[in-house]
Design a protein around this ligand. Structure first.
Ligand code: NAD
Length: 294
């Protein structure tokens, strides 16, 4: 199938390449020319604008940083809606505010464009392997139509409900991940300060109830003192801000989320916004005077 792909960053680039590998014809666009060149070298065709890309394809995928980017790309001048033919399916795989998904879908529907939200979890390694976890909101029939394409980028694609439900699910994911990383950083700072080797603590607890994907992925890098991203603090701040807005909107309290968001804001202010979210360990190092690792 001929598929449009907009947003060829850390995640979009390998996802687009997996669609090429699966035999699709890709028409791509990004404001970053180097990213376009990289995917074009793998066989994609570069479009001259967003509307040009949208005019050529029955299905178009977006993988952009946040709600304002998606609104600009879909609704803005020379945007997707200017080019897309009625009946086109837009799959927005960006992690954005659920309310923004609903707003963009409404504008799409008015032009006969069918939109679903389909954010992902798993980070760059799973984007490269094509094993992302994909969470979907929107019309179930549209989801069924494109499920095969989603499963060429992911190991799972779960239908979660009406438009915006994919992004509500992603907010839950980001709360669980962010709070878990903070718990690991807090606990490992304690053991270091108390004179017990963090590596031995990791070995001792990883098989018990404290064991988790987050513990396995982030305790070793905290012990190494390696905060190369991965998933950046600044992107996680964006997700927790969207979670807090959503929580305030529906009247669901998020006290732990607001605490971890403030820790991340401190890291951003200290110049660590581009570090991996495991840099929450740096926050504890600052307030305790003790580093977990090197
Ligand atoms: P990124 O910043 O690496 O990539 C975003 C891309 O969008 C860039 O190439 C940028 O040039 C492009 N872009 C921005 N505005 C544009 C516009 N107006 N027109 C065309 N292109 C535009 O971000 P990423 O890490 O790939 O993340 C993308 C989304 O996926 C985010 O919502 C993020 O929260 C989510 N996500 C990221 C990860 C991760 O580990 N990086 C994991 C899961 C989900």
């Amino acid at each position: 199938m001929k598929i449009g792909f907009i947003g060829l960053g850390i995640m979009g680039k390998p996802m687009a390449k997996n669609l090429l590998k699966a035999g699709h014809e890709l028409v791509v666009f990004d404001v970053n020319k180097a990213n376009v060149d990289d995917v074009a070298a793998a066989g994609a065709k570069a479009a001259v604008s967003l509307s040009d890309a949208a005019s050529q394809v029955p299905v178009i995928i977006t993988m952009l940083p946040n709600s304002p980017h998606v609104k600009t790309v879909v609704l803005g001048e020379k945007g997707i809606l200017e080019g897309a033919k009625p009946g086109t399916i837009l799959i927005d795989m960006s992690s954005i505010a659920p309310l923004a998904s609903q707003e963009v879908e409404k504008a799409c529907a008015a032009r006969g464009i069918k939109m679903i939200d389909a954010p992902v979890s798993g980070g760059e390694p799973k984007a490269v392997d094509g094993t992302l976890a994909i969470m979907v909101g929107g019309d179930k029939a549209v989801f069924e139509e494109v499920k095969g394409i989603l499963l060429q980028m992911g190991a799972t694609a779960v239908y979660c409900g009406a438009i915006g439900a994919g992004n509500t699910t992603k907010l839950a994911n980001q709360i669980v991940v962010g709070l878990n990383i903070a718990a690991v950083a807090e606990a490992f700072t304690l053991v270091k300060k108390a004179g017990v080797d963090p590596q031995l603590v990791f070995e001792a607890i990883k098989g018990g109830l404290a064991g988790s994907t987050v513990l396995n992925a982030k305790a070793p890098t905290m012990i190494e003192g390696n905060f190369k991203p991965g998933f950046k603090i600044d992107l996680h701040i964006k997700d927790l801000a969207n979670a807090l807005d959503t929580g305030h909107g529906v009247g669901s309290p998020l006290p732990l989320t607001s605490l971890v968001r403030e820790m991340m804001e401190t890291l951003h202010a200290d110049g660590f916004g581009q570090d991996d979210h495991s840099a929450l360990a740096r926050y504890y190092a600052k307030v305790s005077g003790t580093k977990i690792g090197k």
